[in-house]
Design a protein. Structure first.
Lengths: 289, 389, 617
């Protein structure tokens, strides 16, 4: 039983990171209709920028992370401008175009930071909490808390602010949105930048849990995308539930099937998607024929 | 009208058939001499040797270490006059850690006229390249340590360090006989290094009459090791043996300590590297027991001299992989000197005949291409490896 | 044989067949002589490039032609290679026996990966196929049978009549022959009924199913095709390198393959091949500049996708179009010809005036919204029936149910006494129901002629076994279809547009094409959803003549129309729908005076004769 809860806790901690990744995927898809396969690479850039601020510039972690989010958000603006012709195009082009952008980011990271990884010491030195033998690292609690806060802030932003409402309008019908005077280009740019900042947040948070390498985004990107689909692509609560779900499935698969955990995770994922293609919360349909 | 293209197709087929006949008379490629197969290095000019190592991807650190070690030895030899006045010219190839790329590079080396090869740092890539190098008569000094390399029985393949079995049997003997530990758990990854370690350490323990209390396997790209560690923690072992590359090993230790595991960490060569220590964190790495043929840059006067030259050349201190590669290059240089820059099987035999006192110990190659048969035990204290007392 | 040229449809004269054949000969000879110019290293690069080209052809077929996102092609490659390796090294099979079994294994993998495509598409299919590829990679990295991360070595050289295939040079010829066969077969598929259906499915799956294409079967067929190419490349790879390991089948390699296909041009197999060979060579050239090569490669991918979405093969066409525009020279414009009445059917004894279509107690609900509420109606053989009603009254929904796009919540639809509700749209089309759509649904990337050829082909998907069993039969069938398409296009006055894409035509001509396409499936019942929307007066009167001629040829017509003038003049009977129920039925003049009808229109929209379409953007 202790082992069960320990595995659950580790699944939830990594699930929180996947949820943040999924949140970025879903936000960009929901508002722009763009499936962004460069998201994992953006995350990696965020992780490097955050770790550079934290380790080399010796900024406090709580300052380094928002700074990395701003820098990465700016990188996001550049990517969005380049990829703008792909928005609302067919999926194949988006797929390979965003993968190409991700490849560029990977190469840039290697040229700046070299292809070897770097370890990031945990910013929280508190001893792990011990609840009935289940050890919960303090940092993991922080990660789960930040994820919950990010979801809450994002939901409020979309529902309560003018920019958020504009994005939703663009998602529903971008011709009509244009007609009522919403600047679609600007709205999309903002939403892509927010997605990039979310990726940076995920990368910055996962840095101390893992180590930062130019390839770290590949696996996190795929898991995060799977999480977004599992929860219901485009749905904010879906991203959270999907992320936690993928994290927990992966964690138990790792314990029961050892090296075969990816195989089990993705077979389970495929079966779930086959049973319920729209995911747990259903897709916020962007374009309907 | 519409039939005319068919006639053209027929004539195309006829042309193709004629070409086939031509090909049967003289197959393409058959006229080209297979480079490297000549055993006399009569040609003047530099002696061309390839270095094949990952320069990109997750294994690029190892590749960098290896390249620096080899280059340092060769630069020193060239500065001292080369081989009979001929300089050694190194060419660096990037295998990207991919065995398929390795097989292509093996052919590229052969066509480029390289007479020998250093690398790779990954047994899987070397395994893929070895048959081609053998058929092209190119001797290869590899940094791999898998026992599978010996199973190839290639007369052209040499290791620049001990096999994994040597590392692990030394480590097992120290843990069980010297320290008296009985409850030992194993956590290995599933790539060829981890699988080799799993096999070698299990065999070493078995010979000492010990069965591990837990054996867990994680994927090599796995980042969340907690589920496997949770299963191990439930067995409450005294020692946790890790068989994984540097960064992942560090991550395992970091996550194990976060789970409150206090078991002693024991590992082969990767734990002796700076990357391991930086990923794990200095506090977490403390007390790690390392089995390595090169316990740091202070173990001998030769090591200090090597470290000084390495630091002067690259601005950073060397570690095990650089030292291994340096030794391998020294062996090659000695063999080339001994046989007057010969090539092919003659060079392979010359390497086998080399007796060389290196950084890792005294090299004396046996028939399966292993030249060094011992490692030492070190303990990490405050970010430095200290020889175990 | 002497009759064949006469059968050849008119637009074949336009095909640059002779230039193409000459080019092929040059290419074939160059490929054959290439090894004489290459050293041992470059020949191994050439060997790799051909394998990637084979993989890319498979990718092109499934993604570019059939429109199915397949990110598991690398796994098919892996299945072929691993099955060959395991069967030869562990079980002692001969190379070719193992290779044949490996192809079988690859096809099974294709069926498994294709299964999700029955339910999901687009990015969902992308992540699921990618996930399955990750699962496969995970399996080969762990399983003892695959040798784990160290892979399998000692795969034997394939024996071939004493030819020493251990030589990289001679192996090149083996690969070249397999590749040429694979490419020829792929091109044959693309240009004949199977590939045409796949392209139609890619452009518009809904319209394709409505003209009788069996979408599910075709999707599976596409994945099986991809797996055959992947498996063949895998078998050849195992025999070439004698050693396999998981790194060769990584996700990065999958994306590289994808980049080859997109950069070359996914909708053209030649483009896929160009992309594969080009990227393989460039990658080998830049192997020692990994980071910069990666940067350059990423930038090129982004640039191609943004500036040349059709890939490298699309560039000459765009350049030519640009040049023509620059010169202000557009060539002779194609013109619409008059409609030639269809041959009238002899009045069929007995059945005339009997019920052809019967709708009984039909209910259609969407998540609590009732679009059709207990509708019953009868369509008589040989009549022109109009269905009118205000916006949102359920007219198009009724068509969608009859044509099988929706499965009714309750009630039945029967055609000629046979219940058809619940059957798929392709089945209903095969039983003799054809339709047009309110918003045009032509196959945008198919020529006008191809748009006609898809419905003209009444064979089932299973018929495609002939592609392996008896290809000349496929060829002959295709020629016959083309002849019939030419004659039908002639009837509809569209012959001059045969080689053009529908998107380049004026709206009225597209409308007529959609009508012709519906007629190509030789229906008994034709459903027209607002056929006059967007037409000018002259076009409307032409439409009326065409519809009458269609009826006279023995086809029953039901049309939804807002243009009351057209309904009055054309229809013999009118049914009025409002809020999903039938509120009136009868001859046009009588219905127009019906108080319930007037109330429905006036009460809802205050327009006496609504011309507005139901269109919403």
């Amino acid at each position: 039983m202790q082992s069960f809860f320990q595995t659950l806790v580790s699944g939830l901690s990594f699930g929180a990171v996947y949820a943040l990744v999924a949140l970025g995927f879903s936000l960009v898809y929901r508002t722009m209709g763009l499936v962004n396969f460069a998201h994992g690479a953006v995350l990696m850039i965020g992780a490097y920028v955050a770790s550079t601020f934290y380790l080399s510039a010796r900024l406090p972690f709580a300052v380094a992370v928002p700074a990395a989010m701003i820098v990465t958000g700016a990188v996001g603006l550049v990517i969005e401008r380049v990829l703008r012709p792909l928005e609302n195009k067919d999926f194949d082009l988006m797929l390979i175009g965003t993968i190409g952008a991700g490849t560029v980011l990977d190469a840039v990271a290697i040229l700046i930071w070299s292809s070897s990884g770097r370890g990031v010491p945990s910013p929280v030195q508190t001893a792990p909490f011990d609840i009935g033998g289940v050890r919960i690292p303090a940092y993991n609690v922080l990660v789960i808390g930040v994820t919950a806060a990010a979801m809450a802030v994002l939901t409020l932003f979309l529902q309560r602010t003018r920019h958020g409402a504009a994005m939703q309008a663009v998602a529903m019908d971008h011709e009509a949105a244009t007609a009522v005077g919403i600047h679609v280009g600007r709205s999309n740019a903002i939403s892509f930048a927010i997605g990039a900042a979310l990726a940076a947040l995920a990368g910055a948070l996962v840095g101390p849990m893992l180590y930062v390498t130019p390839t770290m985004g590949d696996s996190l990107g795929i898991q995060g995308f799977a999480a977004a689909i599992l929860g219901g692509f485009g749905s904010i609560p879906g991203a959270i539930v999907g992320g936690l779900g993928i994290g927990v499935i992966g964690s138990f698969a790792a314990q029961s099937f050892q090296g075969y955990s990816d195989l089990v995770t993705f077979v389970v994922f495929t079966v779930l998607v086959m049973i319920r293609p729209t995911g747990i919360f259903g897709e916020r349909t962007v374009n309907r024929a | 009208m519409s039939r005319r293209p068919r006639y053209r197709l027929v004539s195309a087929a006829a042309a193709a058939a004629a070409a086939l006949v031509a090909a049967a008379c003289s197959a393409p490629g058959s006229s080209q001499p297979s480079s490297g197969s000549t055993s006399s290095g009569a040609v003047a000019g530099p002696i061309k040797i390839a270095v094949v190592d990952a320069q990109s991807g997750s294994e690029s650190d190892l590749g960098q270490f290896e390249w620096r070690g080899v280059k340092l030895a060769v630069d020193q030899a060239n500065a001292a006059g080369g081989i009979d006045g001929r300089k050694i010219q190194l060419t660096l190839y990037d295998d990207q850690g991919d065995p398929t790329v390795g097989t292509e590079l093996a052919r590229k080396i052969a066509s480029a006229g390289d007479i020998a090869m250093f690398g790779t740092a990954e047994s899987a890539v070397t395994l893929a390249m070895a048959p081609i190098l053998e058929s092209e008569h190119i001797p290869n000094i590899t940094s791999g340590q898998s026992t599978q390399l010996l199973a190839l029985h290639s007369p052209y393949l040499f290791l620049n360090g001990p096999t994994g079995l040597t590392y692990d049997s030394t480590l097992a003997k120290y843990l069980v006989t010297t320290k008296g530990y009985k409850k030992i758990a194993m956590l290995t990854n599933n790539d060829s290094y981890g699988a080799g370690e799993d096999e070698a350490f299990t065999a070493s323990l078995k010979s000492l009459g010990i069965t591990p209390v837990a054996t867990e396997v994680v994927p090599a790209d796995q980042t969340n090791m907690t589920p496997a560690l949770t299963a191990i923690r439930a067995k409450n072992p005294q020692v946790l043996f890790i068989g994984a590359e540097e960064a992942q090993s560090g991550l395992i230790v970091k996550q194990a300590r976060a789970l409150g595991m206090t078991a002693v960490i024991a590992e082969g060569a990767p734990a002796g590297t700076p990357l391991y220590m930086s990923t794990a964190g200095v506090a977490n790495a403390n007390g790690t027991i390392v089995s390595s043929p090169y316990l740091g840059n202070d173990v001998s006067p030769a090591a200090r001299k090597f470290a000084a030259a390495y630091t002067a050349a690259y601005g950073t201190a060397p570690e095990l992989h650089g030292a291994k590669a340096y030794d391998g290059a020294e062996v090659m240089i000695a063999a080339l000197k001994a046989c007057n820059a010969c090539t092919g099987l003659a060079l392979a035999n010359a390497i086998r005949a080399v007796h060389y006192a290196g950084l890792l110990g005294n090299f004396r190659y046996n028939s399966s291409g292993v030249g060094i048969f011992a490692t030492s035990i070190g303990i990490i204290t405050d970010g430095k490896i200290k020889p175990a007392g | 044989m002497s009759r064949l040229p006469a059968l050849s449809p008119p637009w074949s004269l336009w095909s640059p067949g002779r230039a193409r054949a000459g080019g092929l000969v040059v290419l074939a000879v160059a490929a054959w002589l290439l090894p004489y110019r290459l050293n041992i290293y470059w020949i191994s690069v050439a060997d790799t490039a051909i394998l990637f080209a084979l993989l890319a052809v498979g990718m092109g077929l499934v993604m570019g032609i059939a429109g199915q996102v397949n990110l598991a092609q690398i796994a098919f490659f892996g299945v072929g290679a691993y099955a060959t390796a395991i069967l030869t090294t562990r079980d002692g099979f001969g190379f070719w026996t193992a290779g044949a079994l490996a192809m079988l294994a690859a096809v099974i993998a294709g069926l498994v990966v294709g299964l999700p495509a029955l339910r999901i598409q687009s990015h969902y299919l992308g992540i699921v196929t990618l996930g399955l590829a990750v699962a496969f990679i995970d399996w080969i990295t762990n399983a003892p049978i695959t040798g784990g991360d160290s892979g399998i070595s000692g795969i034997p050289t394939p024996p071939l009549f004493g030819i020493d295939l251990a030589s990289q040079y001679l192996y090149y010829y083996l690969e070249l022959i397999v590749f040429a066969g694979g490419l020829a077969f792929g091109l044959f598929i693309v240009r004949t009924p199977l590939g045409r259906r796949m392209r139609a499915m890619r452009d518009d799956p809904l319209a394709a199913s409505a003209v009788g294409v069996e979408i599910r079967m075709l999707r599976m067929a596409a994945f099986v095709l991809a797996s055959v190419y992947g498996g063949a490349a895998g078998v050849l790879y195992a025999g070439l390198v004698h050693y396999i390991a998981p790194e060769t089948f990584s996700i990065a390699d999958m994306f590289l393959l994808l980049a080859m296909v997109i950069i070359g041009g996914r909708q053209s197999l030649a483009g896929c091949v160009i992309g594969a060979i080009g990227l393989t060579v460039v990658q080998q050239e830049l192997i020692n500049l990994a980071a910069y090569a990666q940067l350059g490669y990423g930038l090129v991918v982004v640039a191609v996708v943004v500036f040349a979405p059709a890939g490298l093969v699309g560039i000459p066409g765009r350049a030519a179009a640009w040049y023509r525009r620059w010169r202000g020279h557009t060539g002779r414009a194609a013109a619409l010809e008059p409609f030639r009445p269809l041959p009238a059917a002899p009045p069929s004894p007995g059945s005339a005036g009997g019920a052809l279509l019967e709708v009984a107690g039909l209910v259609m609900r969407f998540r609590g919204v009732t679009a059709i509420d207990d509708v019953s109606l009868t369509v008589r053989e040989g009549e022109i029936l109009g269905i009118v009603g205000p916006n949102g009254s359920g007219k198009t929904t009724l068509f969608n149910v009859i044509s099988g796009l929706y499965r009714p919540t309750a009630g039945t639809v029967s055609l000629g006494g046979r219940v058809i509700s619940g059957a798929g749209p392709h089945r209903i089309c095969q039983l003799g129901v054809a339709r047009t759509f309110q918003h045009l649904r032509l196959f945008g990337n198919l020529t006008v002629a191809d748009n006609m050829l898809v419905p003209l082909d009444r064979t089932r998907t299973w018929w495609s076994w002939r592609y392996i069993g008896w290809p000349p039969g496929v060829w002959r069938h295709d020629r016959e279809l083309k002849w019939r398409a030419a004659s039908l296009l002639g009837c509809f006055g569209l012959a001059q547009f045969a080689g053009l894409l529908p998107g380049s035509l004026p709206y009225g001509i597209q409308r007529r094409l959609e009508l012709a396409r519906a007629m190509a499936s030789s229906p008994r019942l034709l459903l027209l959803d607002e056929p006059a929307a967007g037409l000018n007066g002259e076009e409307r009167s032409q439409l009326a003549a065409i519809v009458r001629s269609i009826r006279d040829s023995g086809v029953t017509v039901v049309l939804i129309e807002h243009n009351m003038g057209l309904v009055m003049s054309l229809c013999e009977r009118v049914i009025v729908l409002d809020s999903g129920t039938v509120i009136a039925e009868g001859v046009p003049a009588q219905v127009a005076r019906d108080p319930a009808v007037l109330e429905a229109y006036l009460g809802k929209s205050a327009l006496p004769a609504p011309h507005a379409t139901e269109a919403s953007p």
